[in-house]
Ligand binder design. Structure first.
Ligand SMILES: Nc1ncnc2c1ncn2[C@@H]1O[C@H](COP(=O)(O)OP(=O)(O)OP(=O)(O)O)[C@@H](O)[C@H]1O
Ligand SMILES: [Mg+2]
Length: 399
């Protein structure tokens, strides 16, 4: 059992808070991704789990054991760093076997384990090659081999694909996911790349400035962002935000945006004359001649089967993902409407999602509490919107 439970984890460097009151649980065998921009505290969190950095306060439990003060070496964890520092003077076999040699494992057993691992990673034909002669992808695989050969309780990976070009990165994302599905080791994976996170994670924690903004399966985070930061950070292009002023009553299922009535998921809380924000994913925006919400086509980006059309409106630019055969001519005026049941509403001042029928059952947005128990997410259901479950297994479908 290799559950990782992080509770009220806090880390300061002098006055600077690098990790603020972080809470999350990585279930045994789960692939967990910490996602966020540079400096948000991902590596610091990972280093505390690894025992390389002491928390200022809070606790970390590995497999039920409290560990913040264990020595790093005592933890049955493989830490895969950004830069794969292979031993250049050793061949592939000795690189992969090195961790076992350090454990004084008998040579015959090392040999068996190394060969098994190499077959598993499809680099067994390279075992006697010097690593200096390997191509980038094979080098990564040797590094992965060295990490998995020990069969650790958990993997911690800090931007392991950081230096790869796009083509190799896509390949390695698929390999890592496949590797995970085969060995099912608890994994904490750090990246600033949302596509990597969406493709690999069972659960994602989106971090910003030391705080976990949202914690949940990829689809949950994409469909029901808890904050404007998450809505903007996840998705390419990101969610459109349309500012408006208005009031909300519980049960209200439409808002007035610049004279246009826009259907939204029924509100679950009230607001009185507040600055609000309507959030619409580009794929939930469409052209609609009858709509009073109008704008001018600014530009088009063709993507084969779809296109991203940018429309300038009184609320700023709105991007729509439309079928490639929809006519969009720069300079023309168009009406815009939305898939109402998929829209988000935010409170502009706090940046947090307003509770609606869309967010029913979802994990509550939390700035201070961080993630909370994953059961709350797994148990979530989305009333009245079929096909948008929050089954954590859905994360795998992205891969
Ligand atoms: N040893 C340290 N002393 C002082 N400040 C530190 C130390 N380690 C990290 N920090 C600061 O804490 C913040 C979080 O750093 P961290 O390395 O965890 O970010 P990150 O999310 O991993 O970013 P990146 O994507 O750039 O790797 C940063 O502002 C960093 O400058
Ligand atoms: Mg880092």
């Amino acid at each position: 059992m290799a559950e990782i439970r992080v509770e009220n984890l806090h880390k300061t460097f002098g006055d600077y808070v690098a990790v603020r009151d972080s809470n999350f649980t990585v279930a045994d065998g789960e692939f967990f991704v910490m996602l966020g921009p540079s400096g948000c505290g991902k590596t610091t969190t990972l280093r505390m789990i690894a025992g390389l950095e002491l928390p200022t306060s809070g606790s970390i439990r590995l497999g039920g054991e409290d560990v913040p003060f264990n020595r790093a070496a005592a933890r049955d964890i493989a830490f895969v760093f950004q830069l794969f520092a292979l031993y250049p003077h050793m061949n592939v076999r000795r690189n992969i076997g090195f961790p076992l040699k350090c454990q004084n494992m008998p040579a015959a057993e090392i040999r068996t384990r190394v060969e098994e691992t190499a077959r598993f990673l499809r680099i067994d034909h390279l075992l006697d090659q010097p690593v200096s002669r390997l191509a980038g992808g094979d080098r990564q695989r040797v590094a992965l081999g060295r990490a998995i050969v020990r069969r650790p309780m958990a993997f911690l990976m800090d931007e392991p694909l950081g230096t790869l070009d796009t083509e190799f990165r896509d390949l390695m994302v698929r390999e890592l996911r496949e590797l995970h599905l085969r060995i099912r080791a608890t994994t904490v994976y750090v990246t600033h790349d949302q596509l990597e996170a969406m493709a690999m994670a069972d659960k994602i924690a989106v971090m910003s400035r030391g705080v976990i903004e949202q914690f949940g399966p990829p689809q949950e985070i994409y469909d029901r962002p808890a904050t404007m930061f998450v809505a903007d950070f996840i998705g390419s292009p990101p969610m459109n935000f349309l500012d408006f002023r208005g009031s909300l009553e519980p049960g209200q299922a439409a808002v007035q945006v610049n004279g246009a009535t826009v259907a939204v998921p029924a509100a679950r809380e009230a607001r009185r004359e507040a600055d609000l924000v309507l959030g619409a994913r580009p794929e939930h925006v469409r052209f609609d001649d009858a709509s009073k919400l109008r704008g001018t086509v600014f530009g088009t980006e063709y993507l084969g089967t779809t296109q991203i059309v940018t429309v300038s409106t009184a609320h700023g630019q709105v991007k729509a993902r439309l079928p490639a055969d929809v006519r969009a001519v720069a300079g023309e005026t168009v009406g815009l409407s939305f898939r109402g049941e998929r829209l988000s509403l935010f409170d502009k001042a706090s940046g947090r999602a307003i509770r609606t029928a869309l967010t029913d059952g979802a994990h509550p947005p939390s700035r201070s509490g961080g993630g909370g128990p994953p059961q709350a997410v797994e148990g979530a259901s989305l009333g009245g919107a079929p096909g948008v479950g929050s089954n954590p297994a859905a994360g795998g479908a992205h891969g």
